[in-house]
Design a protein around this ligand. Structure first.
Ligand SMILES: Cc1ncc(COP(=O)(O)O)c(C=O)c1O
Length: 417
């Protein structure tokens, strides 16, 4: 254990991937063959016909909408608790995002709320497998089929999670994934779309072939940041470096990690120009191939930690712990708990060496960004006010887990009036 200090996250990036990144950054060769290999291996892993690498999940989502010819007058239903960029890019495409409520403790799209939000203009639904928790895909697909609605799975936080034995991303008409540094696998920024739709895949490939290759500077920066995070969250380094920095930041009312990895919420009236200059590079694909070899081990360690927290924290009356739709096999990308005073809980946890975050999700149904699309989603409201992330990353040791569970128990007691 890191001397009783537990970071909120620890990158999956390792020395093996850092060495690959260095080799490919120095290499002068074609990008396409390496990108194609990663795509083929990824498609095989998910169990779909096509995988197409794209610069980001949000741009991938935009390309899917456009690839199917969606635009003005069309609606796409998505959960209210989601990443702002997805409804923002729907609007860029001219499509209206319609927000439906989540299950209070599953945190994913409630099938009944999805069905209630359907109108004659609904063209697609986005089941977002938030925090690594698969949605109830049987129910969602049944409703979508009945109303002839396309399904776009948001797997940005669930690469490798399964539902009734099949990979998330294999249920939708198209799906997107993202591989930033804080995700369960990384390609030093970059994303993927999977689909069985031949025409859509050909369209996406055409778009990527026409785009300029992304700059290597960004990949180099991400490799340096990934290596720095790997070192800074190491058990022997973290207590003396990052931990005091975070504590100092907290005293000044700031969150240095949130500031480094978060982004300002905004709309995109125009598609950002750099999207067309960001075709994936060999270095990203090469790192992705190595990460894909390790994904089951990484997710396995994460899930073991998550299950331990499920068992250890389930009986604390002040906490709302996650529940999972029947048949879901989550990967515990995040372990989130509800608490009526999460600021106090976070403070008490920090006193006990546990770093936490409120995360990056918004209640988009009640957001200044989407006033025209506002709707009543009480569960998303509550989640937005109450959720706190408890560390669950794969680098936790068994003594970390024990310490964590005890720290949460004590912090809850300290929060009682
Ligand atoms: C649930 C969800 N969807 C979409 C995205 C957008 O991914 P990207 O940053 O690759 O556009 C994220 C980013 O973290 C996310 O968490």
């Amino acid at each position: 254990m890191a001397f009783g200090k537990i970071p909120r996250f620890s990158p999956s990036f390792s020395l093996a991937e850092a060495a690959i990144a260095a080799r490919y950054l120095a290499r002068r060769g074609e990008d396409t063959p390496v990108v194609r290999k990663f795509e083929a291996e990824f498609a095989d892993y998910i169990g779909v016909k096509h995988a197409v690498m794209v610069p980001s999940a949000r741009y991938g989502f935009f390309l899917i909408l456009k690839g199917w010819g969606l635009g003005e007058g069309d609606e796409v239903i998505m959960p209210a608790l989601t990443y702002f960029a997805i409804p923002a890019l729907a609007k860029t495409a001219g499509v209206k995002p319609v927000f439906a409520d989540i299950g209070l403790h599953t945190h994913v799209l409630d099938p009944a709320a999805f069905e209630a939000a359907i109108t004659p203009r609904t063209k697609a639904v986005v089941p977002t497998h938030l925090f690594g928790t698969p949605c109830d895909m049987d129910a969602i697909r049944k409703i979508a089929k009945k109303h002839k609605i396309k399904v776009i799975e948001d797997c940005a936080q669930s690469t490798g999670a399964r539902y009734k034995g099949s990979q998330m991303g294999s249920f939708g008409d198209a799906s997107y994934y993202t591989f930033g540094l804080t995700k369960n696998i990384t390609t030093l920024s970059g994303a993927m779309i999977t689909t069985d739709d031949d025409a859509l895949a050909a369209n996406l490939r055409g778009k990527m072939a026409a785009a300029q290759p992304g700059g290597l500077k960004k990949s180099a920066q991400e490799a340096v940041t990934g290596t720095a995070m790997m070192v800074a969250t190491h058990p022997f380094v973290y207590p003396w470096t990052l931990h005091p920095l975070i504590r100092l930041g907290n005293l000044l009312g700031k969150d240095p990690i949130h500031e480094r990895f978060g982004e300002a919420e905004r709309l995109y009236p125009e598609l950002p120009e750099h999207y067309a200059k960001s075709a994936p590079r060999a270095v990203q694909a090469a790192v992705g191939r190595k990460q894909l070899e390790r994904i089951e081990t990484l997710n396995g360690a994460r899930s073991a930690n998550g299950r331990f927290l499920d068992d250890s924290l389930g009986n604390l009356s002040d906490l709302g712990v996650p529940t999972y739709p029947e048949g879901a096999e989550p990967i515990y990308m995040s372990f989130v708990v509800h608490h009526s005073n999460r600021a106090k809980l976070a403070k008490e946890l920090r006193k006990r060496g546990v770093d936490t975050t409120i995360g990056y999700m918004s209640n988009c149904a009640d957001s200044a960004l989407f006033p025209e699309e506002a709707s009543s989603c009480p569960n998303a409201d509550r989640a937005f006010e109450e959720l706190l992330h408890i560390p669950v990353h794969p680098n936790l040791t068994s003594s970390d887990r024990e310490h964590l569970a005890e720290a949460v128990r004590q912090a809850c007691m300290a929060c009682r009036p």
